[in-house]
Design a protein around this ligand. Structure first.
Ligand code: ATP
Ligand code: MG
Length: 587
């Protein structure tokens, strides 16, 4: 592991003075209390939205563009920090006029339109707890979440309401107000629904903040549902300190950046890093309302002069699959930093970034539960392709093994596999799983939060993802992480994406089966199957290589872009598919 070649960044790659250059020194100097004070948390008061929006207006940046909305059929729309401050105030006044109280839950079900951002930040400013949902959800996932969260307000569009909410409204008894945005002009409001743009335009644009403190609930995010039914993670206003600090260290945000996070706010990444962190840093963020399209994405990177780009491995693999010739038509002179999250980033993808975009991709690791980036490749040290990087300042990570008596042992030995754990105490740590507090408490042993992911740490302090504890395959006495096998398969030029599962076997415990989607120009025939089996055996050894390979057009993914291995497994073994509410393409 330590012999892995590193990617050394050149001064040209960095282009600005990075925020973070002295890893050890900064970790040593860092304290969350000092960071909170620097962001302006005072006398136990902090509000995510006022730090993200109003603070910049007070500092004289009211005219600076905060959000730039792009859509295929409408022209570019910009909201400045000043407009965002005024319109979030109006949203607060709308909530107040409806009798909404601090702590009430506001759910948002819209595409990436300006009202999503206004409602989300407005709810935070008001002191309501806000939960953005994927607009592609069908009625059942919406009903489950609205009921689990006890939502009193739903912000949605007239078209989404008609298709996904209206006929089932009686099944959501907590819902008192539905605020509609018209998809095509003024919304068509049935009885009991309100016209949000009309309410906003009639509301005052000044609002006295209710006091929120660092421990007040702010956001409710559902996990991706990769390993089972999504859990509702509750986050607090103090989380802003983590968003701000990690935007500085892991994304290297500078105020002059044009920044693009490709995640939808329905996934925690799209809120923590698509809304909060960039606004806290006063940058201009690009929001694309459309879905993935390689040519479109390259043109956004070019035309919006994107300088910092935060995306996901699946998107990078789709760009790789589209071919380097597509990328070659574009130039990205402003791009200076690329990061990725959500799944392991195979070394091939890191290097593809360097070859095709001219920059390596910085993988980082975190979870819905951690609320913000915890482990990252940063400007402060070289990248080891395939590694998640090192814990950020303020984050103490460890590899642990659970002991039989409910305790944990910390594994000091480099290279040894165990569960990834984080020392509790960072501000964006979730405060509970909604309605599942016992499950929440079970995630902690003493001071440690146990993440459910298996990893190794090398002698240089870099962390290497092995797999989710639930996905690890036990074969002939070996513990095999799917990522290791998938990553080896993806080194082969024919393989676009691979998902690996364990199948029960009477002799070996489990055998490995790989599902593979192919790159353009490759045929899924017997010869290629044999070649890939041989390639895997050579790379991994017979014990770890897959015994079976199946070619598929596409692997099942969550809406946040993760391979749903549990679904591959259920389908292979003829078992119940379980919760598929977050399956991409399902409604
Ligand atoms: P669920 O908890 O519902 O099964 P999920 O864990 O996929 O879904 P998220 O919170 O969106 O929901 O994802 C966090 C998980 O994603 C991590 O625990 C880890 O397994 C994986 N992950 C995130 N970033 C990385 C990364 N850089 N490398 C490897 N795995 C990652
Ligand atoms: Mg999880």
């Amino acid at each position: 592991m330590n012999s892995t070649p590193t990617i050394r960044k050149t001064a040209e790659d960095l282009r600005v003075t990075p925020n973070f250059s002295d890893y050890e020194g900064e970790r040593h100097r860092f304290s969350w209390a000092a960071a909170a004070a620097e962001l302006g948390e005072e006398e136990g008061r902090i509000n995510i939205a006022s730090k993200a929006v109003d603070r910049h207006v007070a500092a004289g940046f009211a005219d600076k563009p905060a959000l730039r909305f792009l859509a295929r059929h409408t022209s570019r729309q910009t909201l400045t920090y000043g407009q965002l401050a005024a319109q979030t105030n109006q949203f607060c006044n709308v909530l107040r006029s409806l009798g909404v109280a601090k702590g009430d839950r506001v759910f948002i079900l819209t595409g990436r339109i300006p009202e999503l951002y206004i409602a989300l930040l407005g709810s935070l400013k008001f002191g309501a707890v806000v939960s953005p949902l994927f607009s592609a959800f069908g009625p059942e996932p919406i009903i489950t979440r609205v009921n689990l969260g006890g939502a009193t307000v739903l912000v949605t569009t007239d078209a989404l309401f008609e298709r996904k909410v209206g006929p089932w409204r009686a099944r959501m008894p907590t819902l008192k107000h539905v605020l509609l945005v018209g998809e095509d002009g003024a919304p068509t409001c049935g009885p009991g629904n309100l016209d949000l743009p009309q309410l906003l335009s009639g509301a005052s644009d000044s609002f006295d903040l209710p006091t929120t403190g660092p421990e007040d609930p702010a956001l409710l995010h559902f996990t991706s549902g990769t390993t089972g039914t999504p859990k509702g993670a509750v986050h607090v206003h103090g989380a802003a300190v983590t968003h701000w600090v990690t935007g500085r260290y892991a994304l290297d945000l500078h105020p002059e950046d044009s920044y693009w996070c490709t995640a939808d706010p329905g996934w925690v990444t799209g809120t923590s890093y698509g809304i909060i962190a960039p606004l806290l840093h006063g940058v201009t963020s690009v929001v694309d309302r459309e879905e993935f399209d390689a040519e479109r994405w390259y043109s956004i990177l070019r035309d919006e002069s994107v300088s910092v780009w935060y995306t996901a491995p699946t998107a990078i693999r789709m760009l790789m699959r589209a071919g380097a010739d597509v990328a070659a038509k574009y130039a990205f002179p402003h791009l200076r930093f690329i990061a990725s999250v959500g799944e392991p980033l195979n070394p091939e993808a890191v290097c593809w970034g360097k070859d095709v975009l001219g920059l390596p991709i910085h993988d980082n690791w975190w979870q819905t539960e951690t609320g913000g980036i915890m482990i990252a490749n940063t400007p402060a040290f070289d990248i080891k392709p395939g590694s998640m990087g090192r814990p950020l300042p303020g984050v103490d990570a460890a590899i642990i093994q659970r002991t039989g008596d409910g305790g944990v042992n910390i594994v000091d030995e480099p290279g040894k596999q165990g569960e990834l754990a984080l020392r509790r105490g960072w501000p964006s740590m979730f405060r509970t799983y909604l309605n599942e507090d016992a499950r929440y408490r079970k995630c902690f042993v003493g001071d440690w939060y146990l993440t459910g992911d298996l990893a190794r740490r090398d002698a240089d302090g870099y962390y290497w993802f092995v797999g989710r504890a639930d996905d690890v395959i036990k074969s002939a006495g070996h513990l095999i992480g799917p990522f290791e096998v998938e990553s080896a398969l993806m080194e082969h030029p024919a393989v676009a994406e691979a998902g690996v599962i364990g199948k029960p076997d009477p002799v070996l415990g489990e055998t490995i089966k790989a599902f593979i989607s192919l790159n353009k120009g490759f045929e899924p025939d017997e010869a290629l199957r044999m070649e890939l089996l041989g390639h895997a055996r050579k790379r991994l050894g017979a014990a770890v290589a897959p015994k079976e390979i199946a070619f598929v057009a596409h692997l099942p993914h969550t809406r946040s872009g993760k391979i749903m291995r549990r679904l591959l497994k259920a389908r292979e073994l003829g078992l119940a598919e379980g919760d598929t509410s977050t399956l991409e393409g399902a409604e």
